[in-house]
Design a protein around this ligand. Structure first.
Ligand code: NOJ
Length: 498
């Protein structure tokens, strides 16, 4: 059944259901997620092309926290059946995974389709379907073919057409089996941190290439959605995009800080959501005005933020069936100094100060503190800003130290689910699914294997990369099966393998 249908059914049931304890509707889908580069390994096996993350982590191991690469990762290319088995153990409704563009099109272009690559994802999808687990496919989770980066990657406008060609290959080959698609995962991350920061491809020109990247990603997304409508509407599938929004809370109650927080939300989320979800389309006004103004002050002849044609604004506006939302943590925002340097930067354009409250509980990550109330605020802000769009939480999760008795992760999931429950049942936010990141520990980009987000622990020292259920797997499995947040979860007597 299409996820969209499930969503609509959920809406109906929700409207007619009282929720005495914290239970979600019977059809509310719980899932788990992963991504190709972080799990597959087999980086140069069976005709796969090189990705920008292969190149970057091979050339710059010193930039990765633990100096590791993802050549093997969790070896899911060979162990996908094990992954499906543990997802099945959890009792989840769906599994969100991504397809590696260079595994399907090694040159990035449609001149050569890698049959082994196509076969691999058929195998994954078929294994999921056999277990009644719905495949939710992300078409792009950051692993751009290196050959396209050599042409400028996401800063080259023609990439939007190449992306549409790639997306068409996916719809043609998997469209009869997959009915929930996400075009992109977190463009803020791969444009801001990749083209404007220290992630692959490591171009590092903040305030310039990040905006070019965002512009072409938005065009590619809109063009793909329209291509889907024109050529594949008979498939009855749903196409969305995953955006990430950490909650941005004003640091104080002052009007300046309130305004600064809203500006930060527009720069970090509105950048991608406003062109797609708002009534008027195009970039948020505050972004347009600030970047135009700063570009002028820095002596540029034209704005560093490119402009859409009116046709592009229309094409991108409303190009979604549902929104995917990733949410992990919260930041505090206060008014910036108003100074800008002669060298462009996204941060100067945004013009605010961002911090975290040191009293918020820490995790094993550099940026993620546990702030469950921020989840509810995020969802309400999206609801109020964009007319309550249909959305699915495509990621939420937390890294803690290795070990199976991960009580802290259980507490995180429980607290965030309660916040989500309030957002849905008290505030009426249109959320129709929740995804825990991640099914198992995996390669966490520039943090290597040092940050473990998994419900299942991966023993990187064992020859077969053993996956073992953590306590959080038992907890999440209870939620996925009962659709309720357990009031008294029995921490020590639950066997997830049953
Ligand atoms: C967002 C990204 O989509 C995913 O790849 C990453 O591992 C998680 N956040 C955790 O940082």
């Amino acid at each position: 059944m299409s996820m969209l249908l499930i969503f609509i059914l959920c809406a109906f049931i929700r409207a007619h259901e009282a929720t005495p304890k914290q239970c979600f509707s019977n059809l509310f889908p719980f899932g788990v997620a992963s991504a190709a580069f972080q799990t597959e390994g087999a980086w140069n096996v069976s005709g796969k092309g090189e990705s920008i993350w292969d190149r970057y982590t091979h050339e710059h191991p010193e930039l990765v926290f633990d100096h590791n690469n993802a050549d093997v990762a969790t070896d899911s290319y060979h162990k996908y059946e094990d992954d499906v088995k543990i997802a099945k153990q959890l009792g989840v409704t769906f599994y969100r995974f991504s397809i590696s563009w260079p595994r399907i099109l090694p040159t990035g272009l449609r001149n050569k389709i890698n049959e082994d690559g196509l076969k691999y994802y058929h195998n994954v999808i078929d294994a999921l379907l056999r277990e009644n687990i719905v495949p939710v496919v992300t078409m792009y989770h950051w692993d751009l073919p290196q050959s396209l980066q050599d042409l400028g990657g996401w800063t080259n406008p023609t990439i939007a057409e190449y992306y549409v060609d790639y997306a068409r290959v996916l719809f043609e080959n998997y469209g009869h089996k997959v009915n929930t698609w996400l075009t992109f995962n977190e463009p803020l991350s791969f444009c801001h941190d990749g083209y404007g920061g220290y992630d692959a491809p490591g171009s590092r020109s903040s305030g310039f290439e990040d905006y070019l990247c965002g512009h072409n990603v938005l065009r590619a997304h809109g063009m793909t959605f329209r291509m889907f409508q024109r050529e594949f509407s008979h498939l009855k599938a749903s196409v969305g995009i995953t955006l990430d929004l950490s909650w941005l809370e004003p640091a104080t109650t002052s009007a300046d800080d309130q305004e600064a927080a809203e500006t930060a939300r527009q720069f970090r989320f509105g950048w991608f959501s406003h062109p797609i979800l708002s009534k008027e389309g195009d970039y948020p006004r505050v972004m347009r005005e600030s970047i135009d103004r700063n570009s002028k002050r820095q002596g540029f002849f034209r704005s560093r933020l490119p402009s859409f044609t009116p046709e592009e604004v229309d094409m991108i506006k409303n190009s979604y069936h549902f929104l995917g939302l990733n949410h992990y943590t919260t930041y505090l925002v206060s008014k910036g100094s108003g100074k800008i340097s002669t060298k462009p930067s996204f941060d100067d354009d945004m013009g605010v100060k961002i911090s975290q409250n040191p009293s918020w509980p820490k995790t094993n990550s550099t940026w993620l503190r546990v702030v469950p109330w921020g989840f509810r605020k995020t969802l309400n802000w999206v609801k109020n800003s964009f007319n309550n769009p249909l959305l699915i939480i495509t990621e939420n999760g937390v890294p803690f130290e290795a070990g199976l008795q991960d009580v802290k992760r259980v507490n995180y999931i429980e607290a965030y689910l309660r916040s989500l429950h309030d957002a849905i049942y008290k505030d009426g936010c249109n959320v129709f699914g929740y995804t825990y990141w991640s099914l198992m520990d995996n390669y966490e980009w520039m943090r290597g294997y040092s940050e473990r987000f998994g419900l299942f622990e991966v023993d990187y020292k064992s020859s077969n990369l053993t996956r073992s259920a953590r306590l959080s797997a038992a907890f999440y499995s209870t939620v996925a099966r009962t659709k309720c947040i357990p009031d008294n979860f029995n921490y020590y007597n639950y066997d997830v393998t049953k």
